[in-house]
Design a protein around this ligand. Structure first.
Ligand code: NAD
Length: 297
């Protein structure tokens, strides 16, 4: 095991792009994905199993759909915990449950290894360019060792605290992302049905108090028919909102605003857009509003 090799488990939309940035940054990357086609497409060395990846590197990154999968990959038969050694650092880049993360971090600590949670933000575009924002939780000595690994993949790294603090931060951020995307989609469908010029509408929103990430970065493209494919799906967005609701329940904070995004991305999934980018929520709302498409008459 040498420090210039990185293990990478989960080579989907985000993982494949991050793995390529690491390789471009001078690391040897040994990857694994349960879908062999996804792994083959990345153009890195592919390990035969999770255990082989864990044996090949001091630092292992994971980018998996949700905590259920993370727990299976970590604790299951032949999982990360069965071959991890003292001093190894495992980083979870997935958007996952903070309480699950805290529990897993204890299991790694019991073996003298480290588990760091690093929520990622910026979507597929930032993953491609290596300009993600990372929200990190875990032991300081492990996070220090990750500085050279984070350099080729992120332009902003904020250490939020101990185990789970990164994933907690990520869930808070994603909830706001979900609310603003779902609400803006609804507004844009209404604007279209009201006969407004959508470029003008966005121009006004972006100079007014309705401005948000979706009005600034998503809808200027969507109104011209570019849905920015390749980013977070409606299925994963729903998962993020459910994790947020769980988190608030655990914290004893009332969540009064989860219903809107849950209904919107649930609708998108029910209408067949679940595995497409979550921006397609606007088409789902358009479907039930009389077949509205923003870029068509
Ligand atoms: P994805 O579904 O494209 O990728 C997940 C990959 O994990 C897939 O290739 C899948 O085959 C693989 N996988 C599933 N089970 C596995 C197993 N048991 N062993 C090994 N590999 C397995 O998802 P994504 O969009 O890349 O997102 C990954 C994580 O990052 C999610 O938790 C998501 O919420 C989070 N995230 C995504 C975005 C985004 O814009 N896509 C942004 C921020 C955070």
């Amino acid at each position: 095991m040498d420090s210039t090799t990185i293990g990478f488990i989960g080579l989907g939309n985000m993982g494949s792009r991050i793995a390529r940035c690491l390789r471009a940054g001078g690391f040897r990357v040994v990857g694994y994905d349960s879908n062999p086609e996804a792994a083959a497409k990345v153009g890195i060395e592919v390990g035969a199993s999770v255990a082989e990846v864990v044996r090949s590197a001091q630092i292992i990154l994971m980018s998996l759909p949700d905590s259920k999968v993370v727990e299976a990959v970590v604790e299951g038969d032949g999982g990360v915990l069965s071959s991890v050694e003292k001093g190894q650092v495992v980083v979870d880049l997935s958007t996952a449950s903070a309480s699950s993360t805290i529990r897993l971090a204890r299991l790694f600590n019991d073996r003298g290894a480290f588990y760091v949670d690093a929520g990622i933000s910026g979507g597929a575009a930032a993953a491609e360019k290596g300009t993600l924002t990372l929200m990190v939780g875990g032991a300081e000595e492990a996070i220090e060792r990750l500085t050279p690994v984070f350099r080729p993949i992120a332009s902003k790294v904020v250490v939020m605290g101990g185990a789970g603090a990164g994933h907690t931060t990520k869930l808070l951020n994603n909830f706001l992302n979900a609310v603003s995307l779902a609400a803006t989609a609804e507004v844009m469908v209404a604007g279209k049905k009201a006969g407004l010029d959508l470029h003008q509408l966005l121009d006004v929103l972006n100079a007014s108090s309705g401005v948000n990430f979706a009005t600034l970065n998503r809808f200027p493209k969507i109104v011209d028919g570019d849905y920015l494919e390749g980013g977070l799906t409606s299925r994963l967005m729903t998962k993020d909102v459910v994790l947020y609701a769980d988190l608030l329940h655990e914290l004893g904070v009332s969540s009064l605003n989860t219903a809107g995004p849950l209904a919107s991305f649930g609708l998108a999934t029910a209408l067949g857009y679940g595995d497409a980018i979550s921006n397609r929520v606007v088409d789902a709302i358009g479907d039930i509003s009389g077949g509205i498409r923003l870029n068509k008459a």
